[in-house]
Design a protein around this ligand. Structure first.
Ligand code: ADP
Ligand code: MG
Length: 308
């Protein structure tokens, strides 16, 4: 998945700890084999190049993951949508970057959206409906992998662990020593912590548009696209989501970055199960805003007050 996974576990003995970690990495390898769009032999890569109109038989696992992604796509009004592949191509986000013409953008928008894939409700098949459509799993693959790694660790008898997958952290455990303090970085200066979160039995995922950008003709183009407009999300700041399920945290941080701080805050205020923190860049300053559910995770610092 193009990043680093670090796992630390508390185990009865060294051999047991190492075996548990091995099983977690094997679980992640399995998810990579299902979801990676960076290799040709993954299951998703085969669906992504399937002939248009021909039903493809999926594993029950991939089918369930795509249904889960579709659920969160609907729940976020289409802000989260892994079927943005045609737009990734139009903006050449996997190459040097490009500003598409109006015609190219219109064509890519037509080929965008989970509606371009027919997922059966009864069987485990999917049909690709447009020659330019493909599923980009970058917005949820890491979260799914973390969830499966945690399942493997628990299966191996581990009750307390810390996992960090390219910045997305999962703190497993319910004991007194299992709290993990996670810094939330400044949206522009990654090494500078703006706030800290206290996690236990939860995962924190951050999405920002300032992290990986290409510069095309003087314009900065980020890697997160608004499927509704076809445009890259403007670099307004970052979103951190805390949830029990790391896949949900991953999907929602991407979705809320697309929704933006206003619509995103309205969406987040209605949810009591996920903590949401927005860091807004305003005139060189950073304004934090969070929903009520986030309050349980913020390490209180007297200089910070709730806004919005
Ligand atoms: P990161 O991978 O940096 O942790 P995210 O979890 O926010 O960041 O995922 C961003 C990735 O999600 C993009 O690189 C792309 O592969 C994919 N993506 C881009 N736009 C969307 C979108 N609107 N919905 C779902 N996935 C998206
Ligand atoms: Mg994400």
């Amino acid at each position: 998945m193009g990043t680093t996974l670090r796992i630390g576990v508390a185990a009865q003995d060294r051999a047991g700890g190492i075996a548990a970690i091995e099983s977690a990495f094997n679980a992640v390898r399995k998810i990579d084999g299902l979801l990676s769009t960076w290799r040709d032999d993954s299951e998703i890569a085969q669906l992504n190049r399937a002939p248009v109109g021909a039903p493809v038989r999926l594993s029950g696992e991939l089918h369930a993951l795509l249904r889960e992604a579709a659920h969160w796509s609907r729940a976020t009004g289409g802000a989260f949508d892994p079927a943005v592949g045609a737009l990734v191509d139009a903006w050449d986000l996997r190459g040097a970057g490009r500003i598409p013409s109006a015609d190219q953008l219109a064509a890519a928008s037509v080929a965008t959206g989970l509606g371009r894939f027919a997922l059966s409700d009864t069987g485990v098949t999917a049909v690709r409906l447009d020659a330019a459509a493909w599923l980009d799993t970058g917005g949820f693959g890491k979260g799914v992998a973390l969830r499966e790694a945690a399942r493997a660790l628990r299966g191996a008898g581990i009750e307390s662990a810390i996992l960090n997958f390219g910045g997305q952290v999962l703190a497993l455990g319910s004991g007194a020593g299992d709290e993990v303090i996670v810094p939330v970085a400044h949206p522009l200066r990654r090494s500078e912590a703006v706030l800290r979160l206290r996690l236990q039995g939860r995962s924190a995922s951050t999405s920002s548009q300032s992290e990986r950008t290409l510069t095309v003709g003087g314009r900065r183009v980020g890697h997160i696209l608004d499927p509704r407009s076809g445009e890259p999300v403007p670099p307004w700041g970052s979103v951190t989501v805390v949830a029990r399920d790391p896949a949900v945290a991953d999907m929602l941080s991407t979705a809320l970055l697309v929704l933006g701080p206003e619509a995103g805050a309205r969406w987040a205020e209605r949810r009591s199960d996920v903590g949401v923190l927005f860091l807004l860049q305003r005139d060189g300053r950073v304004l934090p805003r969070w929903n009520r559910a986030m309050e349980a995770f913020l390490v209180t610092e007297t200089t910070i007050s709730r806004r919005g």
